[in-house]
Design a protein around this ligand. Structure first.
Ligand code: URA
Length: 233
């Protein structure tokens, strides 16, 4: 999308339903999917009503052979416009912290549990305010994430924030309590959750931001050493 078009005001668009208006994305998963086939098929997904709000589906991206997959909650305003995950302020912070931890963004696969931006118009101005996805929206979208996991088969899976962690690891999961801990799961050899980089940006003061950032990088360094151990094995 061009720079100019990103400056337009974004309103829910009048879109018409089509054959992809299914209860779950499952019906849209190609039989032997590649990442590009999945991405193509996801473009027209109408498995929940968020397709009416979002500008476009924001599918995951990264190498098919990525050893690490990072999963966030849903695309934000910038991602919705760009059609790519983690390219806005939280994504830029993630990139900086990955570098500090010694992880190359180009080597990881990055995606979200929900692939459309859920938002509400700000009371004043044109800002689009992020809204948390409902459980039914997470469930409707889940087949895309499951298909990404099947195709990429990451050795290390990292959930960013409570929504991703609870969607993948269960409602009982508490990021504040369980972050940075390696978990047993069928999803990947190593599974871990940490905070979402957006929560660092929301910290009320500089000191709080710095503390959260240091702790986030510490978690990412654990991921880096898991990759190093995998390489050495
Ligand atoms: N937050 C997310 O969880 N995902 C993105 O892609 C961007 C911000």
């Amino acid at each position: 999308m061009s720079r100019r078009s990103t400056q337009l005001s974004f309103q829910p668009r009048a879109k018409s339903p089509n054959r992809n208006r299914t209860q779950s994305a499952l019906a849209l998963i190609p039989s032997s999917p590649s990442l590009s086939a999945l991405r193509q098929s996801a473009k027209d997904c109408q498995a929940c009503d968020l397709w009416k709000l979002g500008t476009q589906t924001v599918f995951g991206e990264g190498p098919v052979k990525a050893r690490v997959m990072f999963v966030g909650e849903q695309p934000g305003d910038s991602e919705d416009k760009a059609g790519r995950p983690f390219v806005g302020p939280a994504g830029k912070l993630l990139d900086e912290c990955l570098i500090e931890a010694g992880i190359e963004r180009s080597e990881i696969y990055v995606t979200n549990v929900v692939k459309h931006f859920k938002w509400a118009a700000a009371q004043r101005g044109k800002r689009r305010i992020h809204k948390k996805p409902r459980q039914s929206e997470i469930e409707a979208c889940r087949p895309w994430l499951e298909a990404e996991l099947r195709v990429v088969r990451p050795r290390v899976l990292v959930c960013l924030g409570a929504s991703a962690a609870q969607a993948l690891l269960g409602k009982q999961f508490r990021v504040t309590r369980d972050r940075g801990t390696l978990l047993e799961s069928d999803l990947a050899t190593h599974v871990m959750a940490t905070i979402h980089p957006a929560s660092i940006l929301r910290a009320p003061d500089r000191e709080g931001r710095e503390k959260q950032r240091v702790e986030f990088v510490r978690d990412l360094k654990k991921v880096a050493s898991l990759i190093a151990n995998e390489d050495a094995a």
